[in-house]
Design a binder for this molecule. Structure first.
Ligand code: ITT
Length: 193
């Protein structure tokens, strides 16, 4: 069985990725490999941050790994919060960040947005990037209690419910993370089978 470390401190991302992983792979968390250092995220792009997180871990352990950097990009705000999604109003306070975005968009009719995930993979010392996008729009108020982050205010264009009104499996059908991760899995299966 192939083992690979997911370089994240976000339990929700870990749960989503594990739910998408075929039985032939085993996803290890940072605590599974006893890695507890603070991981920097200083780049102005999702690609740069995903690579920075994966490289930071790989440089210190030599283990095969991948990292996910995700942003919510709102058209009318020129792509904000984008790479700053985790700290738009307040660091990792999902509720405050969501309310801040809704307030900024109070008088905006163009609600178009997309989630974009970039996954950086380092395997056998080589680096690869995979991207996943889901287009949709921002609601006027939060709906639903599932998921995390901006899920209560994002409706993918393929559905009428927010991600937070969906089960994990339903979100997985459309999600940015699923789209990026399935490319990674296809790549690993093609390269190492
Ligand atoms: P790691 O860097 O440790 O992986 P993080 O939460 O800091 O975890 P990001 O830097 O990628 O991850 O931050 C992206 C933010 O965007 C995250 O904190 C959420 O607020 C939001 N986000 C990411 N994926 C999301 C999803 O699937 N649904 C809703 N919001 C999401």
């Amino acid at each position: 069985m192939e083992q690979i470390v997911f370089v994240t401190n976000n339990e929700h991302k870990l749960k989503e990725i594990r739910s998408l992983t075929p039985r032939t792979f085993r996803i290890l968390s940072l605590s599974d490999v006893n890695f507890h250092q603070d991981i920097p995220e200083t780049s102005p792009t999702l690609e740069g941050n995903a690579l920075e997180k994966a490289r930071f871990f790989h440089d210190r352990t030599g283990l095969n790994c991948f990292a996910d950097d995700t942003g919510l990009e709102v058209d009318a705000l020129g792509g904000l919060p984008g790479v700053n999604s985790a700290r738009f109003a307040s660091d990792h306070d999902y509720y405050k960040n969501m309310v801040h975005l809704l307030e900024l968009m109070n008088n905006i009719d163009n609600r178009k947005a997309r989630f974009r995930t970039v996954i950086a993979l380092i395997i056998n010392d080589k680096e690869y990037l995979f991207e996943g996008i889901v287009n949709g729009h921002i609601t006027r108020e939060p709906r639903g209690n599932n998921g995390f982050g901006y899920d209560p205010i994002f409706i993918p264009e393929e559905d009428t419910r927010t991600f937070a009104q969906m089960t994990l499996q339903e979100k997985n059908q459309y999600s940015h993370r699923q789209r990026a991760f399935s490319k990674l899995i296809d790549f690993l299966q093609a390269s190492f089978s």
